[in-house]
Design a binder for this molecule. Structure first.
Ligand code: F6R
Length: 391
């Protein structure tokens, strides 16, 4: 594959283990813990949490949304949580009240659609916070320093966002941990990050060859599907966006349960399908246990004769029960690794977040390799800008 190593996108994908370490360093500081504490006390009294974001940042919020719901329920809080795709509500701004906590999630801190809704929230007297990669951005000015949470991912140069997605999920996961169990749970979550960083490095290294091989296959096709079930659908949406953005292959990210409502008609021998099959510990609440993942996969495999166009991203346990005529990439099961580390308390929602993050990495590599195989400049995709400062 021509010259992918010199691209910013490749460097930024490979930098993600370092982002985990940088988050660990930053969020070990007392001032950050104080900020978490202040925001969580506001959340405890609010009626709604509204995440405001677009594109990749929106998918990061979708990845964590039901975990917030679950924690609010566990903590007995009378508060709901929603994720607003700011681009779709900018001309039709949702109702915001002073009892709401709005959290902008924006890498650049300059996305006009997000800022417009956030300004309305300020005017309504709501609490407005920001999770951003730019400390001197418009988002920070709106939220104020004490309500800005820095993702510390380092400057992201490539137009396609990769390492910021990881930083956003980790920062939201730390907020969630604080909300769930105060400083003790927060520190417990922080203490996993150094080991997680090593796992992420291994996943990046181990997935590179298989992804290059599958990229050679997929890049001959005009279109592909990325399928995930339950919370895994957020990763499918993100994987498909990356594919479209840099390789110009039309990709559709879809929840597996949604296929039968129409898109299943696109499944045939010549349609590459990437299927996410990493069971999540929260299977009771979101239906992403091993059994339902097998059902979702057979929905696809039963419609094709040539399974060589299918790629499954699976844990080892899941892969053992699969037939051998599909491409498979094995990624670690965070659940089993965390369970082995008995010093750590087991907190399902945090484990889900880390698993989702682990799943996204091979998809980022796949889109990069597909684009380079097709000869495109991955760092500057056509028609796109790094910060979308217009409405
Ligand atoms: C995709 C991508 C965009 C951004 C979106 C929001 O790779 O980069 O979808 O995620 O434009 O940008 P931020 O996070 O800066 O608000």
């Amino acid at each position: 594959i021509p010259s992918f190593e010199s691209t910013y996108m490749f460097k930024e994908i490979m930098y993600q283990p370092k982002v985990v370490s940088r988050i660990y360093d930053l969020y070990s500081q007392p001032v950050q813990i104080r900020k978490m504490d202040l925001l969580c006390s506001k959340i405890s009294k609010c009626r709604r949490i509204l995440f405001l974001s677009c594109g990749t940042s929106y998918f990061a919020t979708l990845a964590i949304l039901s975990s917030f719901e679950h924690v609010l329920e566990l903590n007995g809080l009378n508060c709901d949580v929603y994720s607003i795709n700011a681009s779709t509500r900018v001309d039709d701004i949702p109702r915001i009240r002073s009892s709401d906590v709005c959290i902008m999630v924006t890498q650049s801190g300059e996305t006009a659609d997000v800022l417009k809704i956030a300004k309305k929230a300020v005017a309504q007297g709501a609490t407005v916070a920001a999770i951003t990669n730019s400390l001197f951005s418009s988002a920070t000015r709106i939220a104020g320093q004490m309500q800005t949470f820095y993702i510390n991912a380092g400057v992201e140069v490539a137009v396609a966002s990769t390492k910021a997605f990881s930083g956003q999920i980790l920062t939201m996961m730390l907020l969630l941990s604080y909300l769930r169990g105060g400083i003790a749970e927060y520190q417990n979550t922080l203490s996993i990050l150094p080991d997680f960083s090593v796992l992420l490095t291994n996943t990046l290294i181990n997935s590179a060859d298989i992804m290059q091989m599958y990229a050679a296959k997929i890049s001959r096709h005009p279109s592909c599907l990325v399928v995930g079930r339950g919370k895994l659908s957020s990763v499918a949406y993100e994987g498909a966006l990356k594919m479209k953005e840099v390789s110009y292959i039309h990709a559709e990210g879809i929840a597996s349960g949604d296929l039968k409502h129409g898109t299943l008609a696109l499944v045939h021998d010549d349609m590459p399908v990437i299927y996410l099959a990493t069971p999540l510990p929260s299977k009771e609440t979101c239906g992403t246990g091993s059994d339902s993942l097998h059902i979702g996969l057979s929905q696809i495999t039963s419609r094709v004769e040539n399974r060589d166009n299918i790629l499954v991203i699976a844990t080892e346990e899941f892969a053992k029960k699969m037939s051998s005529d599909m491409n498979v990439i094995i990624i670690p099961s965070i659940q089993s690794i965390l369970k082995e580390q008995t010093k750590l308390s087991y907190f399902i929602e945090k484990t889900d977040c880390l698993q989702l993050l682990m799943n996204v990495v091979p998809l980022q590599l796949l889109s990069l390799f597909s684009a380079c195989t097709r000869g495109w400049n991955v760092d500057k995709p056509r028609n796109l800008a790094k910060s979308v400062t217009v409405l």
